[in-house]
Each structure stands twice: as structure tokens, then as C-alpha cells.
Ligand binder design. Structure first.
Ligand SMILES: [Fe+2]
Ligand SMILES: [Fe+2]
Length: 355
């Protein structure tokens, strides 16, 4: 699949946590101006933009999930190390839309669009100003009114808290199905669980930048309750539709991140382009982001490439025989044929291309 690029030795998580605590305990940031700036940026964003979503006073802003300091453990590496991307691979990602071909596809797509509509309503986005090209709602990346950093973070946190659910449900149900039927799964489970793990890393990264208030937390809990159970029942009834649904959800994610990258490049998000702005250490470590490529734009390029991978994988899974076909993305092919790369195959692979 995708190859790893240059590696960087990131600071230890425990050191980052200590820096964060120091910066919070005192307004004096002379000893480490960057750590202080990052926390102030967090606080500013969260005051101005997350109004209806954040109620915690800035003074109570804390470092979430600081690294646990124990007698014996220094660090806990990610369970699934990230494969890494080259800059060319990340820049080659484009928003795209696979036209629905069956009734099931249409249901999946309309469900995603309805969820998008509800999210826009709930977050108070003016839909007229957010969509300039109504004919191509999943690929147009120019909006009349750019969002602020805080509005983007609301979108990212909500999107990522939802995106981590389907892979876990699919992986869990396929795992149980394999036990129940006493049959091999042929490589789907690991890819699905890794997808949900990767989505959770996206969420944890954004959580380091914006603390949601009680209203947003309530919405996330409610959405997860509805979404998990909906996914569970639908995956039992028709897993193909669920994979198609996730394919369309990932189309939305690629679209969202492409638009935010454009707004960064167009200079609409000055806090994120401030040379002093530091992305969270957790992100630098997970994606092994090389020195000199650790800006917010770089981070979103990595995340968008992940979403493009999920888009290709799930659209492909939606084309396969759910019971019999092996997972082509972890399989070895005959005649030294190369393993398919889902990232740039926007509509996924047809069954006869990969099985
Ligand atoms: Fe994500
Ligand atoms: Fe995703």
C-alpha cells in the first residue's frame, strides 16, 4: 500500500503533558513560549467559536488524557503503527463522488446527505453560504463564507466521533460471525478495526485543540447511541449497504478536509498558519510527521489521505461478496500482481478487478 516517508523523533508524550500542565498553571510562558501559545490558541478558539457547544470557562481548560506516569512504563506506542505517506500521495487525493447505481446505494447516499443536513442545522451553519455548487454537494470546495478555526474544529470533532463507529461494528460482527460459523474471515476484521482505530486517532488529535462543552458532549453521546445501534442492526441485515454508506461518509470527510485545506491556503485561518502554532505531539508521533512538515495544513493532508483510504476500501467492500471474498487490501496476488491501493481509487475497485 502506501510507503513510509522520513521519520522524526517526536518529544515524549509525558514531556508534552508536563509542558501543558506548566503552561496551564501559570500565565508565564517565557520558559516555553510555544507550549503556552498552543494552549492560548486553544482557549481563544474555544471562547469565540464554540459558543453553543462549549460552556466550560477558559480557566478550567485542562490537558485531556495526559500520559499516565508510572514506575515502569515510559511510552505506549500505537497498536497499529501508521503506514505513512509521501507528500505526493497526500496531494494526489481529490474529492469525488461515486454515483449511486442500485437502490441500496441510493439509500446509503441519501442517509449520509441527511446526516450532513442535520449536522449543518445543529451547528448553526448557514447552508446557503456553505454550498455554492448545489449540483455537486460532495465535491465543490469553495464556499461563500469561510469557516473559522473553531467552526472547523466543531465539524472535525463531531465527524470523527461518528466515523470511528462503523469499522468497530463491522469488525466486531464479522469476528462474531467467524466464531459462530467456524469459518475464516479472510482479512476483513483487521482492516475494519484498524479503520476505527485510525478514526479515533483523528478524534484524539482534534480533542487536543478544542474542548467540547456539555452540549456537544451530549450530542456526541446521543449520536453514538443512535448510530451504533443503527449500524449494528443494518450490518446484520445488509453489510453491503453499510460499506456503501461508509464510502459516502468518507466522501464527505475528504470533501470537508479538502475545503479546510483550501481555506488555510487562501489565508482564511490565520491562527493555524501562524508559524508559532504547534500541532499536538500525539499527531506528530502517530503519523511520524517529518521535521519541517508539521503544520496544521500538513496534519490535515495526512488525515485527508486516511479518509481517502477508507473511502476506497469501503466502496470496494460494498462491491464484494461479503461471505466469500477475501480482503484484497491485505492479500498477496498471483503473478506478483501489485496489491491495490484504495486511496486514489475514489469509487473503489469493482469485484473482478481485485478478487
Ligand atoms: Fe477521520
Ligand atoms: Fe474516515
Amino acid at each position: 500500500m502506501l510507503s513510509a516517508t522520513a521519520r522524526t523523533k517526536a518529544p515524549a508524550a509525558s514531556q508534552a503533558a508536563r509542558l501543558a500542565k506548566v503552561a496551564l498553571a501559570s500565565t508565564q510562558t517565557a520558559s516555553n513560549p510555544q507550549a503556552g501559545l498552543r494552549l492560548r490558541l486553544v482557549a481563544t478558539q474555544y471562547c469565540h467559536g464554540c459558543r453553543s457547544f462549549s460552556t466550560t470557562p477558559v480557566s478550567q481548560l485542562k490537558d485531556f488524557f495526559p500520559a499516565k506516569d508510572t514506575h515502569l512504563i515510559s511510552t505506549t506506542p500505537p497498536a497499529w503503527p501508521h503506514p505513512g505517506y509521501t507528500m505526493e500521495e497526500m496531494k494526489a487525493v481529490v474529492p469525488a463522488h461515486r454515483k449511486p447505481r442500485t437502490f441500496g446505494d441510493w439509500v446509503a447516499w441519501k442517509t449520509v446527505r441527511f446526516a450532513r443536513y442535520c449536522m449543518d442545522k445543529a451547528t448553526g451553519m448557514d447552508r446557503e453560504q456553505q454550498q455554492t455548487d448545489k449540483k455537486n454537494p460532495t465535491t465543490a470546495v469553495e464556499a461563500q463564507k469561510p469557516l473559522t478555526e473553531a467552526q472547523w474544529l466543531i465539524r472535525f470533532v463531531f465527524l470523527e466521533s461518528i466515523a470511528g463507529v462503523p469499522g468497530m461494528v463491522g469488525g466486531m460482527l464479522r469476528h462474531l460471525g467467524s466464531l459462530r460459523r467456524m469459518k475464516r474471515d479472510n482479512g476483513w476484521i483487521e482492516t475494519l478495526l484498524e479503520e476505527s482505530y485510525n478514526e479515533r486517532m483523528h478524534l484524539l488529535t482534534f480533542m487536543k485543540m478544542c474542548e467540547p462543552g456539555w452540549f456537544m458532549k451530549l450530542m456526541i453521546i446521543g449520536a453514538q447511541g443512535v448510530f451504533f445501534n443503527g449500524m449494528f442492526v443494518m450490518y446484520l441485515l445488509n453489510p453491503k449497504i453499510v460499506h456503501r454508506f461508509v464510502g459516502y461518509l468518507e466522501e464527505e470527510a475528504v470533501h470537508t478536509y479538502t475545503r479546510s485545506i483550501k481555506e488555510i491556503e487562501d489565508g482564511h485561518l490565520p491562527r493555524w498558519t501562524d508559524p508559532q502554532f504547534r500541532i499536538p505531539d500525539i499527531a506528530v508521533q502517530y503519523w511520524r510527521m517529518p521535521e519541517g512538515h508539521q503544520t496544521m495544513r500538513d496534519l490535515i493532508l495526512y488525515i485527508r489521505a486516511d479518509e481517502a483510504g477508507h473511502r476506497g476500501v469501503n466502496h470496494t467492500f460494498g462491491n464484494l461478496n461479503q461471505r466469500e471474498d477475501p480482503n484484497p487490501f491485505v492479500s498477496k496476488f498471483k503473478d506478483n500482481k501489485e496489491r491495490p491501493n484504495p486511496s486514489l481509487k475514489t469509487a473503489g475497485f469493482e469485484r473482478d478487478e481485485v478478487v
